[in-house]
Each structure stands twice: as C-alpha cells, then as structure tokens.
Design a protein around this ligand. Structure first.
Ligand code: UN1
Length: 499
C-alpha cells in the first residue's frame, strides 16, 4: 500500500543528496508487513553513476594521500556514532530484512566491530621488508590503494556486509561506490550518511540504487577498478567473467551449503541449540546458515530428530519488531515459492517432512512472507536438498554410518563456506578441521557467527568464492596493490647476482 507520507530517497553522490536523472522508482516494504513501507528509491542511471565516478576520482587524489591513521579517525568516529544510534539502526534493519531485533542489534554490533578493527589497521597496513642479494641495498614492499571500488552487498546482511567492504576499502585509501540490494536498500544508505557525519571527505563514498542490471553497469564501468560482490554463485560467475575480461580485481562472496556434522559422542543439548540457531536464525537466510544436519546413526539419533522437530515447531514466527517472535519472514514472495519448490521436490525424491514444510497463512501471517521452520529427514547425499542452496528455514537431515562417511558427505557439494562438527573426541575434531573443504570450520559451535578480527577471515572454498576474504586483515588484499621499492645506497652500479 502506498501511503502519502512515503519517503523518497535520493542518491548520495559523494556526500551530497541528489535527485537521480531517472524517472523510475522502486518501493521497498517490510517483508513481515506489506503495509510498512521503508521508502521509494530511484533506479539510478548511467548518468548518476558517471557523476559518482567523477566525484570519486577527485576525492581519491586527496584521500589516498591522507595518512592512514588520520583516515582511521573517520572509522573510529563512525563507530562511536553507530554505537549511539544502534537501536534506531537495528529497527531499520529489522524492517528491511524481517530479521529479529536481537539479531539486527548483533549485526549493527558487527558494523561497529568492523570499523574498530579496520581503524586499528590504519596504524598497521603492513608490507614486507627482506634481505637484498647485494650489499648496501634494501627492499621494501608496501601496499597502495587501487582507486574506485564498486561494492555490491546482498540484502541479508545489509549493514554488516557493506561495512565489511567499505571499511577496508577506505582505510587503505580507496574510494567507493555502493549499490545496496533493491531488497534492502536503507541500511547501507544510513551507514554512508554516518561516515560523512564522522568526517569522511566529500566524494569518498556514494550510494546509488537499483537492481542487478544497474550492478552490471558498475561492474563494467572502466574507471571502477575493484569489484566486491556478495550474492549468488550464478551472478558471481558472470561478474568474474566480466572482471576477467577487463582485468579488474574482483572479490566474490557467493553461495553456501553449510552443514553440521553430529558424531555419536556429541553433547546433544549443545547440538540441539546449535542446529536450531544455525538453521532457523535469520530464517535460514545467511550465507553461513546450516542447511544440512549430517548425523551419525546411533542409539539416540532418531530421538534427536524428533526432539529437533518439536523444538522447531515451538519457534515463534512473526513480525520481529515484536521481540517475542524468534523467526521472521523470508525476503520476498518469489523466494518463498523457491523455498517451497525445494521442499516439494525433496518429498518427491523420498524426503520426509518432520516439521513445517509450508508457507504460513491466516491472520498477521498474510501481511508477510512467512515460511514455517522445516526439517526434512531421509535425505540422501546426492539429492537436490543435500547439495543445492535453499536460502530459507529448511534443514535437510542426512544419516551416515561413521566419521568417514560424515566427512565425505559434508564435502559432497560444490560450495565450501562453513562446516561444523560436534564431537568430544579431540582427534576426530582435529582430523575433521583438516579434511573439511570450507573456508570456515567450527568445532562444537554452529555454522554461523563469524567474527571480524585479526585472526578471522570470512570467505569460502570451491564455488563459494574466488579466494578473497572479508572481515579480517586479509580483506586488505582486495583493496590494495603491492609495490616493491629497491633502495641502493652503495653509490655504485651493482648488478644482481642473477640478472
Ligand atoms: C552472510 O550471510 O553473508 O557468520 C554473512 C555469520 C555472520 C555473517 C554472515 N557474521 O553468520
């Protein structure tokens, strides 16, 4: 329903709010409540993009020469403002994604942690020094910024993921143009507004709106030198192809088919909590969500599946602005249809729905796109539900006979983001962490909840990405290029020993 008071958003071109040259707009509604409109957004145009690029180019000349500890002050200040405004930002996040407020607050905390971490990096951004083959000669390798970065986050973490991209880009002296998902366009816009209030110089960041088609224009723009995108494997592969042709640096954060492996000696209570949280938190719509429980057949495994189903049935689904609700809607009607299609096909293949398996309707459910937390048992390792990403509150249960089979099944997917094992056996836990094919492995903890910090790195193996990492020091690799400087202070021509 379009209300008279609907906010019309403008593009943020380098810190100045400007009407788009477009006459076309899209609207964004709360997926939990079709009467709750977050606003009307322009479908940005080539002309808007060229304007943002022109501003970014000018800003880059100044920002790249600003000392990194000084650049860090902007991120520290942005963290402070974000702390002060955490609650209102979390409310927006819940309205735009449907996720529970408690999770939304957690996501805003992740933004704060990310700013704090990368502000700290402003005093490091380490390079390398080493030994020369010749006397009186030094070699140092430094990191330098690349230029304008096109940042394209997904809708499911519309605050944290833009911060994962913008903070390392900015701290290393780059400038950026962000295109949030049309399904969650507000948080990134707010984040950039805060960065400017924190002192970011004009031109350093822009926010433009649009769908994938507009994202494609960003990817193809010759003056945008780095692309970082979080999205599906299908889109990522196309983006990689374009970047390959244009020789652009590209960071891809793509699909997942994450699993929890439960061995027969697992702590069952801990496992239950972990599976519920990882499978149905964020309505199963994290890149890291657990969508497979690979459980070793044991004296308790059947009873555990029943216990899990009963606990899933008790989760309260609804509009998560109301804190009594634990699971929100899925993002769109078309996504809800996709999810249900997966469940229907799993049943045809022999899966048994032990709870859920349906869209929720009646009463307030009709205002949104809710889907019941679903557990499907009897899934075999090669079935669609065991191998394809669903991105919804659907858990496939796969029974295995032993550790060996569990590891093989866990690795039996094209994806490799987050895998977990529950066991008290330290040897098996360590063998699993060695053999699991994913960028992230958890031991006795669920597949979600990655941190941002020095020892953390967020990213996947196989078709989950292209080797880039976010949420930690390795993110600097995406946004910097190396330069090796040789300093010869011998005052004579020295020839390298093997020249
Ligand atoms: C994502 O879904 O794209 O590890 C990111 C987690 C969160 C981030 C998820 N910290 O679950």
């Amino acid at each position: 329903m379009v209300t008279a008071t609907m906010t019309t958003f403008k593009n943020n071109i380098g810190g100045t709010l400007k009407d788009s040259s477009s006459t076309e707009y899209f609207e964004k509604y709360n997926p939990a409540d079709k009467n709750d409109c977050l606003g009307k957004f322009p479908k940005s145009t080539d002309k808007d993009l060229d304007e943002a690029v022109a501003e970014a180019k000018k800003a880059f000349e100044v920002w790249k020469n600003t000392p990194a500890p000084k650049r860090a002050e902007v991120l520290y200040k942005a963290a402070e403002i974000t702390i002060a405004e955490k609650e209102s930002l979390a409310q927006i996040l819940t309205r735009e994604t449907g996720k529970p407020l408690v999770e939304a607050r957690g996501e805003i905390q992740e933004v704060i942690d990310t700013y704090m971490f990368f502000a700290g990096e402003g005093r490091r951004i380490y390079g390398m020094t080493g030994q020369s083959e010749l006397a009186n000669k030094s070699i140092i390798t430094i990191r330098q910024p690349i230029g304008i970065c096109g940042l394209i986050p997904a809708w499911n973490f519309p605050a944290a993921v833009p911060s994962w991209k913008a903070a390392p880009a900015l701290i290393t002296g780059n400038v950026c143009i962000i295109k949030p998902s049309k399904d969650a366009p507000v948080s990134a816009y707010k984040l950039v507004e805060i960065l400017y209030r924190a002192g970011l110089p004009k031109g350093c960041a822009s926010v433009l709106f649009g769908s994938g088609e507009f994202g494609d224009k960003i990817v193809r723009h010759p003056d945008i030198k780095v692309i970082s995108i979080t999205g599906s494997t299908e889109v990522g592969s196309k983006v990689y192809e374009i970047c390959g042709k244009m020789l652009k640096k590209c960071a891809l954060e793509l699909g997942g088919k994450n699993a929890i492996v439960a061995l027969e000696d697992a702590n069952q209570d801990l496992l239950l909590e972990g599976v519920l949280w990882a499978s149905f938190g964020t309505a199963g719509q994290r890149c890291t969500s657990c969508s497979r429980l690979i459980i070793q057949k044991s004296s308790w495994s059947d009873a555990f599946i029943e216990r899990l189903a009963n606990a899933a049935k008790k989760l309260t689904v609804g509009n998560c602005l109301d804190e009594k609700n634990q699971v929100g809607p899925v993002i769109t009607e078309s996504q809800r249809k996709n999810i249900h299609g997966f469940v229907e096909r799993a049943i045809k293949e022999g899966g048994k729905v032990v709870c859920g398996g349906n869209a929720l309707s009646g009463g307030d459910y009709d205002k949104g796109t809710f889907y019941a937390p679903t557990v499907v048992s009897g899934i075999k390792p090669n079935m669609e539900l065991a191998t394809q990403e669903v991105f919804g509150p659907v858990l496939a249960v796969i029974e295995v006979k032993d550790f060996e089979e569990a590891i093989n099944v866990a690795n039996n997917t094209e994806y490799g983001l987050s895998l977990s094992i529950y066991t008290k056996d330290v040897n098996l836990a360590m063998q699993a962490s060695n053999r699991l094919e994913s960028g992230i492995v958890y031991i006795n903890a669920p597949t979600i909840g990655a941190e941002c910090g020095g020892a953390s790195a967020f990213g996947g193996w196989k078709h989950t990405g292209n080797g880039s990492r976010e949420g930690g020091v390795l993110a600097l690799d995406t946004y910097t290029q190396y330069k090796t400087i040789y300093i010869d202070y011998s005052n004579k021509l020295q020839r390298a020993q093997i020249d």
